[in-house]
Each structure stands twice: as structure tokens, then as C-alpha cells.
Design a protein around this ligand. Structure first.
Ligand code: NOJ
Ligand code: CA
Length: 687
């Protein structure tokens, strides 16, 4: 049910009419509205020069102080001042929707919407609406431009949207504009020491309030970064496009939502569904073919340099090795097998070029038809791999044929890849020719949309690496199932420093707020090419299956490491991949987190807890379990001497009976973790 009403509030004394000529005009308005529960309030006003400004309070305390809205255009006067605030239109909405798959089954979408019409004074009289959706746990706002003669196109040079954080505090962020795109370790600095940051950027204010700045529903726009103008004032910094304009649109058009998740605790940020709620409902209809899956693959072998993607004596993707993986998957209950290096094109310079790739032709030692037939016979999905070297232009010439071939072979998922330095991707320009581009500019956003739509036509789900950032498009296009877009486990395989023990505790409260990540956990093998190897204990590797949500999740290690360690491997076999509920039991950014999730297809619950380099003792009340029911807790915990540096493998596996009345003590080693599976024992109630 949607209730409509109008709300006007009077201007404050400091909000003067436009200087000089405007003396006779009525005083400007302040538009304000609050979330349905009254927690978050947004105000919009114009300053004395008609500059639109918004501010946000939570429980009456300022969160965002007066921050600018507007644009500098490349082919028309800027949209920045001289605006008159019109009467805001306010409505509220409360509905519950169901995810086809996800971290929870149902999501409540309850918000107050305030549309603030802004009209330029003077001859042009251009119109720009700013639409706010205000939730209990934050807000989103976007610009909407009606079609208008005075603004036929919106060619954005600079988006002037600001985020002035009211309180000092700390920020967790990765740098923008660097060569390795999103694959950086998180910085933890004072808010006023942030440089140019990517989003999500998460801050913890001095009062303890948590705020994460990101965006939602970016389909046809450049990705937003944040550049610190001064103090705690940040401005949107759009990723460049192909011309002087970062964004080129024709009116009518809308921008993505600029989002602020605002909560008391770090855990509530993770529980927030704001980004998904701001996206549109599923447009693909029945998506039963999009299947959450656990998968193994011919992958870690290459990262350890035991095998190669390219042809030759070490070629990984051979028919025999593929069949070995398919048989292993079938035997151990995995749904998918990823095989990288199956297709021709890896022999030359593929990194950042991609011209040689065929997405339909296999290497001669990989019998695609036979491997695909074996997969079908075993009931295992053969996950395809389309590394493009960042060359979206080249990929688009072939993707239709590639997806059609996949459909014919019964393949419903592909891992795409865009390995190229920032600014070194390739897209088709307006002239039909390839142009170098940024991974998160508008042309790449458009490329990814073409891929998502072409894949959907052939019932193919996408796991994109080196992707465009996640802005929640999986709600509208559920075949955009997961992606990378951060430093994955692979960094700990290479001959350079890998991911430090705090990395995952950072990811959960930053990158993961955007959406699922294909982090590729489950590494037991002790040797990598990195000096520190894998900086977690084995128990923490297991905890990652619960803590880092991804509907496609890999058991990333070599098969022999699983065969040699059936004890801990059992958790990877048992852990569900599609969830009915998610609860964060505790957590602090970069330090630790404990998450419990309920299986979508049974009454099983799982818990994953992890810490950074510090050992910790955490408590986990089991109140999420069904009251009165008995459960067998299958516990995979760090042994007393476990340590990521010296004894990663020291794990204790034990069982005990628990109920919702129990409170578990979780002892986590340095770089450690704990994973638990709770299996109901009959229906009986304990007396
Ligand atoms: C980088 C991806 O993250 C990795 O998973 C993949 O194996 C390589 N590119 C090759 O495509
Ligand atoms: Ca990568």
C-alpha cells in the first residue's frame, strides 16, 4: 500500500532568498522527511545562491551536514546554483519480497520516499528532481531528469554530490584510480586522512555510529569514487568515460542511487538490505536455472604455477584432468567444476589485450564435447571460463555464439574475467571501434549490461572477475550471481605478500556490503609462492564459507589436499550455499566477525567466526536456533596451539548437543576462526 501526502516545512532563518533579483520572491522551503520509524531524517534546502543542499540526522544527531547536490556539464551551463525548491512529494511504502536465492529468503522494503523538485530560476528553467528513499538503516538518493527542451542531454563532467560527515572517526577504504583496480588492501585512517577512495567506504564515527557510503543500481552510469575535498567533506568522483564527459545520457534519465547505510553496530551494516531494496525487482521471470553452487576446479594449480592456462607440457585444462575433477565433484556432492584455460587464446600476450581469445574453440587436448557429456552424465555443471584480458569489445563479437554453445552443452554458469590495468580495458566506442576504457566507466557498465542480457537469453549466470563494482543488480538480473572485485585468495598464492590476517575482517564490512564475492576459500595446502603463504588457520578457511557470502563458492584447493584431509573437508561438503536467514552475532571492522546463517533447504544453521592476527575469545548465544529443539553442533575449531604463522592445520573437530539456550565460547587463534554446523536432532524437545 502506498500512501501519498504532501509535506512542506518552513525555511530556517539562515536560508535566504536568492540575492538581489529574488528579493520579491517567497522564502525558500526546507523539504524534510523521515524514515517510517522516525530514526533517520533528511532535509533539503537551498542556500542564499539557490544551491541545493541536503543533510541527514539519525535520532536527531547530525550524520551528514549540509552537502551539495548538482553537476558540472560538458556542453551546457552547470546545474549547481540558482535553483528553486518546489513542494516535495512524500510517500511511504512497505512491502516484502522474496529473493530467488540469497543470503536471506525474504526482505522487507519499508521506506519513506521524498521527491524534491528543483527548478532553475531564469530563462533555462531546467528541472532536476532529487528523490530520497529513507530507511531505518540509511538512505539512498538519486537525481531524476525529466525530458526537457532546455536539457536534451545530460553530459556530466563532474558530479557535485557531496557527503560531509558530521563526526570525526575512522575510515576503511581502498584507493581509487590505482592500476590494480579494486584489488588493494584496506587502509584504516582517520576520516580526514582519506585520499581518493572507492566505495563502499565504511566509517566508524567517534560516537560509535557506523556509516557506509556506496551506490545502488548502476546500469548506465560511471562508477562513483569519493574524493576528499577538505576535512570530512567528500565529493563524488566519477570514473572517466570515453570523452570529456564521464557520463553521457539523454533525458529523461536517472542516476544510480547514492547510498548511506547508517547503523549503531558494524554487524547491522552487514544485515542491511538497503542496496538490494534500492534496485528494481527481477525482470528475468523464472530464474530456476540460476543455481547457487559449490564448485571445484582447475584453478589453484595455475596460481601455484603447477599448471598453465596456455598450451604446452603444463597445460591444466586437459580432458583427463577435467574428468578427474568432474568425478571428484560427483563423488563429494559438488554442483560445479570450473575449468580455466580450456579455450584457445592464452598463448600470446593475453593480459590486457585479449585479441587472441576464442570463446567457443577448445585447445586440442581438451575435448569439450566429451567433457561436457561427462558433466551431464554425472549431474555436475561444467562452469565455463571467459577471460577477456579486459577486451570487452572483442568479447562482444563472440559472446552470443559462446552462450549459445554453452546452452547446447548444458552449461548454465560462466566465470568472466577482465584482467587489464585500470584504464586498459577495451570497449566499443560510438564509432564501432575498440577504445581503451576504465573498468568502471559508463561504457564498461553498458558492456556488462549487454553481457548480462545476452547470457540471460541463454540461461547463463555470470561470475565476473575484475568486474564493475557490485551495486545490487542481482535483484533485477538474478543471473548476475556473484563477482570478484577485491583482493581474492589468489593473492596469497603468488610470489608477493598475500592477504594479511585482517583482510577478511575488513572485506565483510566494506566490499561485501556491496554484494557477494567469489573469494575462493578452502585452502588447506601449506605451500604457496607468497612469503607468508595463507595467513589463516584451517578453521578460519572453513569459517569463510559462512562469513563471506557468495552463491557460487569454490572449494579452491587442489583435490589431493581435500582427499588427504577428509576431516575438515567434511565441513566444506556439508555447508549450504543458499540461505533463508542471516544474523551477525558480533563484529568490529577489521578485527573479527561472527555470522550465523540458516540453510534455505533444511533446518540446518551454520556459524562462521573469524579474527584478524589477534587471538580472541568471543561468545555466541545460540538464540537463533529454534527454541526447545535439540541440535548436534559439528564444531571445527582452532586447536589451542593453532596459529596462522606456525600451525595453520591445528584444528579440533568435535560434536556436542546444544539448544537455543546455550551460549558458546569461541576461542579463535591468531589468524584463526571457527565453523559450526547445527543439525536438528529429531523434533523432540528437551524436558
Ligand atoms: C584473475 C582471476 O581473479 C582469476 O580467478 C583467474 O584465474 C585469472 N584472472 C585468469 O583468468
Ligand atoms: Ca582478480
Amino acid at each position: 500500500m502506498i500512501a501519498r501526502r504532501h509535506l512542506l516545512a518552513l525555511a530556517g532563518a539562515s536560508l535566504l532568498p536568492l540575492g538581489g533579483t529574488a528579493a520579491a520572491q517567497t522564502a525558500p522551503l526546507v523539504a524534510k522527511a523521515a524514515s517510517p520509524d522516525g530514526t533517520i531524517e533528511v532535509q533539503v534546502a537551498t542556500d542564499g545562491d539557490g544551491r541545493p543542499l541536503y543533510s541527514v540526522t539519525r535520532l536527531g544527531a547530525p550524520v551528514i551536514t549540509a552537502s551539495k547536490l548538482g553537476f558540472i556539464l560538458t556542453d551546457a551551463p552547470k546545474l549547481e546554483r540558482g535553483f528553486r525548491l518546489g513542494a516535495p512529494v512524500i510517500r511511504s511504502s512497505d512491502e516484502t519480497w522474496e529473493q530467488p536465492w540469497g543470503e536471506r529468503r525474504t526482505i522487507r522494503n519499508r521506506f519513506t520516499e521524498m521527491r524534491v523538485p528543483l527548478t532553475e530560476r531564469g530563462a533555462l528553467a531546467r528541472r532536476m528532481d532529487v528523490v530520497f528513499r529513507i530507511y531505518e538503516d540509511g538512505l539512498g538518493f538519486r537525481y531524476e531528469f525529466p525530458q526537457q527542451a532546455a536539457l536534451p542531454r545530460l553530459n556530466v563532467g563532474v558530479e557535485l554530490t557531496e557527503f560531509s560527515l558530521a563526526e570525526p572517526g575512522e575510515a576503511w577504504w581502498i584507493p581509487a584510480w590505482e592500476w590494480n583496480r579494486e584489488e588493494y588492501l584496506y587502509n584504516r585512517t582517520a576520516i580526514d586522512a582519506v585520499g581518493a577512495a572507492q566505495t563502499p567506504m565504511t566509517v566508524r564515527a567517534a560516537s560509535g555510529l557506523h556509516v557506509s557510503i556506496h551506490e545502488a543500481a548502476c546500469e548506465d552510469y560511471s562508477g562513483m569514487n569519493l574524493s576528499r575535498a577538505e576535512g570530512r567533506r567528500f565529493r563524488a568522483a566519477l570514473t572517466p568515460g570515453l570523452s570529456a564527459a564521464a557520463v553521457e545520457l539523454a533525458t529523461p534519465c536517472v542516476t544510480p542511487w547514492r547510498t548511506l547505510q547508517i547503523t549503531d553496530t558494524a554487524g547491522e551494516l552487514v544485515e542491511s538490505s538497503l542496496i538490494l531494496n534500492l534496485n528494481e525487482p527481477n525482470v528475468l521471470g523464472d530464474v530456476g536455472w540460476v543455481k547457487p553452487m559449490k564448485y571445484v576446479g582447475i584453478w589453484w594449480d595455475m596460481h601455484l604455477d603447477r599448471k598453465t592456462w596456455n598450451s604446452g607440457p603444463k597445460h591444466g585444462a586437459t580432458t583427463d584432468y577435467a574428468i578427474r575433477h568432474l568425478d571428484f565433484a560427483a563423488q563429494h556432492g559438488f554442483d560445479g567444476v570450473l575449468i580455466e584455460g580450456w579455450n584457445v587464446g592464452w598463448d600470446g600476450e593475453w593480459f590486457g589485450t585479449g585479441w587472441d581469445y576464442s570463446f567457443t574453440r577448445a585447445y586440442p587436448d581438451f575435448d569439450l564435447e566429451r567433457v561436457a557429456a561427462h558433466a551431464r552424465a554425472k549431474g555436475v555443471q561444467l562452469i565455463s571460463h571467459h577471460e577477456t584480458g579486459g577486451n570487452g569489445h572483442h568479447y562482444e563479437q563472440q559472446m552470443e555464439a559462446a552462450f549459445a554453445q554453452m546452452a547446447r552443452l548444458g552449461q548454465h554458469a560462466v566465470k568472466t574475467g577482465y584482467v587489464a590495468d585500470a584504464g586498459g580495458a577495451r570497449v566499443t566506442g560510438p564509432d564501432g571501434k575498440p577504445h581503451l576504457a576504465w573498468h568502471e566507466g559508463q561504457p564498461m557498465a553498458q558492456h556488462h549490461m549487454r553481457v548480462i542480457k545476452a547470457a540471460a537469453k541463454h540461461k547463463v549466470a555470470i561470475n565476473a572477475h575484475e568486474p564493475f563494482k557490485d551495486t545490487g543488480l542481482r535483484r533485477k538480473y538474478p543471473n548476475m550471481i556473484t563477482r570478484e572485485g577485491a583482493r581474492g585468495m589468489e593473492f596469497s598464492a603468488w610470489g608477493q605478500p598475500g592477504n594479511p590476517p585482517e583482510h577478511e575482517a575488513n572485506l565483510v564490512f566494506t566490499r561485501l556490503l556491496a554484494g557477494p564475492m567469489d573469494y575462493t576459500p578452502g585452502i588447506f595446502g601449506m605451500e604457496t609462492r607468497s612469503p607468508d603463504g595463507i595467513a589463516t588457520t584451517w578453521a578460519k578457511q572453513l569459517a569463510l564459507y559462512v562469513a563471506i557470502y557468495s552463491p557460487l563458492v569454490m572449494a579452491a584447493d587442489l583435490l589431493e589436499n581435500y582427499e588427504a584431509n577428509p576431516g575438515p573437508f567434511q565441513f566444506i561438503k556439508d555447508v549450504p550455499v543458499d540461505w533463508a536467514e542471516t544474523r551477525v552475532l558480533n563484529g568490529e571492522i577489521g578485527d573479527y566477525v561472527t555470522i550465523a546463517r540458516k540453510d534455505r533447504n533444511s533446518d540446518v544453521w551454520c556459524l562462521g567466526s573469524l579474527t584478524d592476527e589477534h587471538p580472541r575469545v568471543l561468545t555466541a548465544p545460540l538464540t537463533f536456533l529454534e527454541a526447545g529443539r535439540r541440535y548436534r553442533a559439528e564444531i571445527y575449531r582452532d586447536a589451542p596451539d593453532a596459529d596462522w604463522k606456525t600451525k595453520r592445520e591445528a584444528i579440533v573437530i568435535e560434536r556436542r548437543e546444544v539448544t537455543s539456550a546455550d551460549v558458546l565460547t569461541l576461542r579463535l587463534a591468531p589468524g584463526g576462526g571457527q565453523a559450526i554446523r547445527f543439525v536438528p536432532i529429531g523434533r523432540g524437545r528437551r524436558q
